[in-house]
Write a protein that binds this ligand. Structure first.
Ligand SMILES: [Zn+2]
Length: 110
């Protein structure tokens, strides 16, 4: 049996004081970015999407998608998602490229 599927990692950012929650009207929103990746036996293969959201610490309301606006999404993603996090979730692709590279070296020297 092969275990594979989609997993997500939530990266938590700081508080956002200038906005209030549309449901409870409290200023308790925190910034989150979510990376989705495909795994094989829990080893991350590659990242296929990332998104941003705001979460209310009081009522748990999630603000995402169109509610958030593209400018805010871009800001949150660039603040929270680093190249290292993306690379660590592309382990399978990096491994495959390494194997191909080593095989090409081997072929060219034999
Ligand atoms: Zn709320």
């Amino acid at each position: 049996m092969i275990f594979w599927g989609i997993r997500k990692k939530r990266l938590q950012g700081g508080a956002l004081d200038e906005m209030q929650c549309p449901d409870c009207r409290k200023r308790e929103l925190t910034k989150n970015a979510v990376i989705r990746y495909i795994h094989l036996y829990w080893i991350p293969l590659f990242t296929f999407s990332s998104s941003a959201e705001l979460e209310c610490a009081v009522c748990g309301k999630l603000i995402k998608g169109k509610e958030l606006g593209s400018e805010m999404k871009k800001d949150i993603k660039s603040e929270l998602i680093t190249a290292g996090q993306i690379l660590s979730k592309n382990f399978g692709v990096l491994l495959l490229l390494t194997v191909i590279f080593l095989f090409a070296l081997y072929v060219s020297f034999s």
